[in-house]
Write a protein that binds this ligand. Structure first.
Ligand code: ADP
Ligand code: MG
Length: 371
């Protein structure tokens, strides 16, 4: 267990690092950010920042030597970089988990090896694999890059061989992954945390809706059958144990139209779909993460209220900030980003409701009032 006043190093300067740093400070820890830009959202609330490239050995060395434990808010650091950090200080979650989650093929292979159901998929290495994908998966299917995809970027829906040829030429680098299109009734996620003593806790299942490939709204608890909630949480715990996770992880899942639960992807860090926990749980996902990586006790992830989370994206949503501030039910969180570019996550709004009284879609829309 790290003593309070120890320093937690966070790789990445975005909003997930910012909210993790705030949670860390509540527990008496110092935070030190590694970022490639000055005045990053996380740096604004941390004790110190090292600025430099994530793949520069000297930068990584200086950062690692200045902290007591290292964690991540962003996953795309090179294997060599992780190895270097791990040779100097404990890194949670481990480099091996990052390596798996960075690559959709490694990720799905790992899940399937551990009997975790996913949609059917195949590796695409050459143009001839297009016919194989059509035969195996049927049209339409989804073609994705294996690395660096986020918010639906690096993906194409393939309806015929022509679509495939075009997408194969555009999506880089190769190999790619082709996934059978899931006819889902609901997209959900589970935040699962595990500490060094093997204690595992999951938050309640969240229902997620996307707009233009970006998470728009999350509802907690997800409006799915209790047995499906239980299955989703058990799958998340099984993945956390199989990975030897230390920290928090977001597990994204589909509930298909036959009520089968399939895992879509994992993110071994706090997750956008867990932001509702900030106002609906005594201990939110960020505090749970900090507790897990510092060896503090990991209590049950209790939800005291129901919640709706709405992302604030780009200039359109930011224009509504004065209205949000003037509406007491809307709990606003801003990330300290200077320019509201199109598609950029600027903040989010949480609305909480008494336990087990989430309103229907109409009621939620009325409360969000134009958001
Ligand atoms: P990202 O890394 O961009 O989050 P995802 O694999 O989660 O990538 O895909 C983004 C979204 O695209 C998902 O949340 C889901 O709505 C849709 N999607 C992805 N894969 C599938 C699939 N195999 N079947 C149906 N929808 C999918
Ligand atoms: Mg996703």
């Amino acid at each position: 267990m790290l003593s309070s006043n120890s320093t937690i190093g966070i790789v990445g300067g975005g909003q997930l690092g910012r909210m993790s740093a705030v949670a860390a400070s509540r527990l008496g820890f110092q935070t030190h950010i590694l970022s490639d830009i000055p005045n990053a959202p996380a740096s604004q609330v941390a004790s110190k920042t090292t600025i430099g490239a994530y793949d520069d050995p000297k930068t990584l060395e200086i950062f690692a030597n200045a902290v007591d434990v290292i964690t991540f808010e962003f996953e795309n650091i090179s294997a060599q970089g992780i190895d270097l950090l791990s040779s100097i200080r404990p890194v949670h979650p481990s480099g091996n988990i990052l390596r798996i989650s960075q690559d959709r093929i490694l990720e799905k292979s790992f899940l399937n090896q551990h009997n975790i159901p996913t949609t059917r998929w195949i590796k695409i290495e050459q143009p001839a694999d297009g016919e194989c994908a059509a035969l195996n998966l049927g049209y339409p299917y989804i073609l994705k890059t294996t690395r660096l995809g986020y918010d639906g970027k690096g993906q194409a829906v393939i309806h015929n061989l022509e679509d495939f040829i075009t997408a194969f030429a555009h999506l880089k680098p190769h190999p790619l992954i082709a996934e059978k299109m899931v006819d889902f009734s609901c997209e959900v996620s589970v935040m699962v945390a595990r500490n060094i003593h093997g204690v595992v806790q999951t938050f309640d299942v969240t229902e997620n809706r996307h707009k233009n490939g970006i998470l728009d709204i999350s509802l907690a608890p997800a409006r799915i059958l209790p047995e499906l909630q239980k299955q989703a949480q058990e799958l998340a715990m099984h993945i956390a144990r199989s990975l030897d996770l230390i920290g928090i992880m977001g597990v994204e899942l589909f509930i298909d139209c036959n009520n089968k639960v399939l895992v879509n992807e994992i993110a071994p860090r706090p997750h956008n779909s867990g932001h509702w926990t900030m106002n609906a749980c005594p201990i939110d996902q960020f505090e749970m993460h900090i507790r897990a990586v510092t060896g503090l006790p990991l209590p049950p992830a209790i939800r005291h209220s129901d919640a709706v989370m709405k992302n604030l994206i780009g200039p359109e949503d930011m224009a509504l900030w004065p209205q949000i501030l003037a509406t007491p039910e809307l709990i606003g969180h801003l990330y300290g980003k200077d320019i509201a570019k199109k598609g950029r996550k600027m903040g989010h709004v949480n609305v909480i409701f008494p336990y087990n009284s989430l309103p229907g879609d109409f009621g939620i829309q009325a409360i969000l009032n134009g958001l």
